[in-house]
Design a protein around this ligand. Structure first.
Ligand code: SF4
Length: 334
């Protein structure tokens, strides 16, 4: 871990973020319910670090990432980037900050315009924000292509002429064009072969070192997250349930959901294997999440209090946060 990554200089902070989507039906738009995609997340990412965000599909990871970069407005809560409250900014005020916050998507193909050349895709941000003359922009596009390992003579090629890994490199070059500080990487390697995944992850790590980038790395793959992250947050049905440094989380997981997720990752270490539990059933619907601890219907350690009250997210030991009554003496005794 670099010195910058150990710093406590918060680049982005989320306070009590909630994102609910109303479900309406009929011609009068009668409200039928609410999808509680994100439910009260408080979190900070330090400058230069990678925060891994893990959890099963449908647990709200991508929604949280989109709210973080203001692609979506939260229902409630506060997002501060470099101390500035992003939610209260107008479109115009938000525009210069857009450069600083970028996103890389899971499916590089659908996020690239098939009718545009690679040069145009990578240089689009430079054009929109009037960064330099046409010649300078063309030069910058070539520099970015070299940086991410794309052949310079492919500048006039179209996305369909590239492999999946190369398309993700195009997505990364596009994200880098405006010299961002924060990049939300939303399952950026899930659609790639394992050998290509490693290349893209190593590229992200190299670029981070070179430009002191900060990443939110969203993934359901715990092995990939372990490789790239400094700290890891675990999310379940819209809430954070555990947050710790990578080493602490993988060597000393506490929340039953985390141990169950890790149970699905192959390991040769028998001590680690013994600690693990199995994860059964599916994630319940975020339209009607279970009362109390959302995880209680699937938890092998559930107690009567778990279906009645919601555990708080508390710091159990230094920098190791957990939401579980097993680590709350008062609740356990009640
Ligand atoms: Fe399991 Fe209860 Fe902890 Fe929830 S609060 S994870 S149900 S033990």
């Amino acid at each position: 871990m670099s010195a910058e990554k150990k710093s406590d200089d918060k680049l982005i902070t989320l306070k009590n973020i909630t994102k609910h989507y109303p479900i309406s039906s009929g011609s009068f738009g009668t409200r039928k319910g609410i999808v509680r995609a994100v439910d009260g997340v408080t979190l900070a990412i330090n400058r230069g670090e990678t925060l891994g965000l893990v959890g099963e599909s449908g647990c709200g990871k991508s929604t949280l990432g989109r709210v973080m970069i203001r692609l979506e407005k939260p229902t409630e809560g506060e997002v501060r980037f470099n101390g500035k409250d992003l939610i209260s900014l107008s479109r115009k005020e938000m525009s210069p900050l857009r450069n600083k916050i970028q996103i890389i998507f899971q499916d590089p193909y659908s996020s690239l315009n098939p009718r545009h050349t690679v040069g145009r895709i990578i240089g689009e941000g430079l054009q929109i924000h009037n960064k330099g003359s046409r010649a300078e922009q063309a030069q910058e596009v070539k520099r970015l292509m070299g940086l991410v390992g794309l052949r310079l003579d492919s500048v006039t090629s179209y996305p369909h002429e590239f492999s999946g890994g190369q398309r993700q490199r195009i997505g990364i070059a596009r994200a880098l064009a405006l010299q961002p500080e924060l990049i939300v990487c939303d399952e950026p390697v899930s659609a790639l072969d394992v050998s290509i995944q490693a290349q893209v992850i190593n590229l992200l790590l190299d670029l981070q070192k070179e430009f002191n980038l900060t990443y939110l790395f969203i993934s359901h793959d715990l092995s990939v997250v372990r490789y790239i992250s400094d700290r890891v947050a675990v999310m379940y049905l819209g809430r954070l349930v555990e947050l710790a440094s990578k080493d602490e989380l993988y060597e000393n997981p506490l929340h039953p959901y985390t141990t169950a997720l890790l149970g699905a990752v192959p390991t040769a270490d028998t001590k680690t294997r013994k600690k693990r539990t199995e994860l059964s059933g599916d994630v319940p619907s975020p339209i009607a999440p279970p009362r109390g601890c959302h995880f209680h219907p699937r938890c092998s350690k559930a107690m009567p209090v778990c279906s009645d009250k919601t555990p708080e997210f508390k710091e159990h030991t230094k920098n190791h946060w957990i939401r579980c009554f097993l680590y709350d003496k008062k609740a356990k005794a009640a």
